[in-house]
Design a protein around this ligand. Sequence first.
Ligand SMILES: [Zn+2]
Length: 226
Amino acid sequence: MQIPFSGGATLTQPFGANPQNYAQFGLNGHEGLDFIPKDADKKVYAVESGIVREEVDDPVQGKAYGINVVIFVPQNRRLWTYAHLAQNFVNVGDQVLRGQALGVMGSTGNTTGPHLHLGLRMTDANGSPINTGNGFKGFVDAAPVMQLLTGLEQAVLDRANAAKPWMPVNNTAALWRFAQANGLQDQQTDEIPFTYNGAQYIAQVFNKGIVYVKVGDWGNIKFIPK
Ligand SMILES: [Zn+2]
């Protein structure tokens, strides 16, 4: 699966492009990424797991974005907008997983042709967008984040989401020591072994972040803040 389309996506308009077209909307340029699918599957798949915050089924009510879906990822405070859909499959409050079909690409709202407009905003802990005065109404370039999500970070998040809640841990363990040194507070899971690209990793969830490391590379522990 090559999200946001199953057969791969072509980027047709990057973030910040065409400032002359977007000035009329009070924007410094295109406030998202535009994609079209490379094959006939027009379904749109979630870029990242999260909770449906908003969904609009009426293209008129959705205004410029037409039929659209907004998904909040509490772990990293990212808020994703999927716009100009022909149809959406989800409801507010639904938990969606990365790769789950959210709807069908369309041309509802303010658009000249069928495509997916994907927007990304960063938020506070409650999911309210921050930096809304950045010239893009709080939207930021999602391209670097999407690159990350195709890789190790998403593998760590998937394993953390699937982990059972708290189990006893070995307090002398490297991940625990790292978490304490970085103020990540108490552990919420045991150490979780997993494989990524043929290599062995261990992750562990703490109150303030998810710690992970390649087995054997103990000096290079990393964490994803929560
Ligand atoms: Zn767009």
